[in-house]
Design a protein around this ligand. Sequence first.
Ligand SMILES: [Mn+2]
Length: 304
Amino acid sequence: MTKLNSKTEIDLIGVQIDFGAAQKGVAMGPLAIRYAGLAQDLAEIGYTVHDRGDIIPPPDGMSLRHMIRFEQVNATNKQLYDAVSETLTEGHFPLVLGGDHSIAAGSVSAVAKHYEPQGEIGVIWIDAHGDWNDDNSTISGNMHGMPFSAVCGWGPDSMVDFGQKPHFVPTKHCVQVAGHDFDVAEAARMKEAGMNVFPIHDIDRRGMSEVMKDAIRIAGEGTVGIHLSFDVDAITPEYAPGTGTPVENGITAREAFLAVEMLAQSGRLISMDLVEVNPILDDKNKTGRMASELIQLALGKAVY
Ligand SMILES: [Mn+2]
């Protein structure tokens, strides 16, 4: 038994959505991560895994130029919000497999709302992108570029409207790690909101270890715990070719592993998303296997 997480039961929740992204294929991500053997491997390190299956988005819905397929994205997030809320009520650990990153609007909102009576949560967002646009600042209209902004209460409001008063995550407990492809207006919004950002050059200079120490402190101090939202596009395409929005010169596989291992060792991880695995663009499920390994390490798998 090497696991470090205090919860012993994990609910696996897949979300077969790619409507939040321009490039199609990440809807098949949950299957690819499952085929890598995730559930069996988590059981081997001592977890009881409940596979809740996949959430399927509605086949059609309305679109706006600045919020493409917003109706399907929001309806899917409502289903995810309900599933994650149930998981937390049962005392299980929510492990959400994407799908495009728009789904973090549903998962983070559910976690923040669930823990509201106890206090704030922190969020660590490891991603090549900021995901901090709203429907005014967006260039593409793709909603996977908006969820981090939405869960912080900076819009789009409709993305986090789940029929009850939303509980937003304060930006002082939110950290963006490994970003290196921000839009100009997006970065301006992040600065205005007081976001904590450790762009990739901070990792170059100080190393992932120092950066994650700071990230865990910011997201962990004075909070109930930390939600990790991991976008595989943070990892350079050589190691993670199967992703919808690849960006050259990202973090290495080892840096990614170190980041999630440090989170496991902090003992503060309360929920997690692993998103943007695209099997169509992948090389023999290399990125699916990478995703499975990242999840296991985040949940306390030890190499020695
Ligand atoms: Mn993302």
